[in-house]
Design a protein around this ligand. Structure first.
Ligand SMILES: [Fe+2]
Ligand SMILES: [Fe+2]
Length: 213
């Protein structure tokens, strides 16, 4: 079933029109990834009681600035007045998430703050994460077009226990940056991991498990 995304953006863009705009911004691989994230985000939204249309839109546009060069991203950061913290300034792979959130608003007319926030936080996560933040964070890592060996495992886990998949994603991301040479680790990457540990431990002590929210 095709979900109606027109009401979720101020430009009234249909899914088809959103895809057309994405094709102008992204290469084929990144477009396929975005479609994969959207598809998995819809499944997770349906499973955990979130609006699937909002999850789909967030998944589709979460990486809309990903194919820009660091120079272009920095130009957008200056033009839009996006504030980067000290660690973000040092590490260009973190630039596309805040720029994607701004482009989502400007180019795709997305005004929903939950969607914009999930896009902005999709790389690092944050100490406090909403259900949609978690859905996009996990779906981004575990989308079926990713060829990480653990992506399938996390995908299956996410449908059973979102917090556990959130923790595994956070842990993998932390290991990934630790393995890099001379790269600062963003405090939000650590905070996300610790929040996920607390959520999973909390779920384990509460019999039957707590619904993620
Ligand atoms: Fe991304
Ligand atoms: Fe992504």
């Amino acid at each position: 079933m095709e979900r109606d995304l027109r009401k979720l953006n101020a430009k009234g863009l249909s899914r088809k029109e959103i895809l057309r705009k994405l094709k102008e911004l992204l290469d084929k691989e990144r477009l396929n990834h975005s479609l994969g994230v959207a598809e998995l985000a819809v499944k997770l939204a349906e499973r955990y009681g979130y609006d699937p249309a909002k999850a789909e839109l967030a998944g589709l546009v979460h990486d809309c600035a990903k194919c820009m060069s660091p120079a272009m991203l920095m130009k957008k950061i200056r033009d839009y007045g996006i504030e980067l913290d000290e660690v973000e300034r040092e590490y260009p792979p973190l630039w596309h998430a805040p720029v994607s959130a701004h482009l989502a608003r400007r180019e795709f007319g997305v005004e929903d703050e939950e969607i914009l926030r999930a896009i902005r936080l999709h790389t690092t996560g944050d100490a406090e994460m909403t259900l949609l933040d978690k859905i996009i964070y996990v779906a981004d890592y575990a989308d079926p077009t990713r060829d990480y060996p653990e992506s399938e495992e996390i995908r299956e886990m996410a449908l059973k226990d979102l917090d556990l998949a959130w923790l595994h994603t956070a842990k993998r991301k932390l290991i990934y940056v630790i393995k890099k040479e001379k790269v600062l680790i963003h405090p939000r990457t650590v905070a996300t991991h610790n929040s996920a540990v607390k959520a999973v431990m909390g779920n384990q002590t509460m019999k039957g498990g707590k619904r993620s929210g």
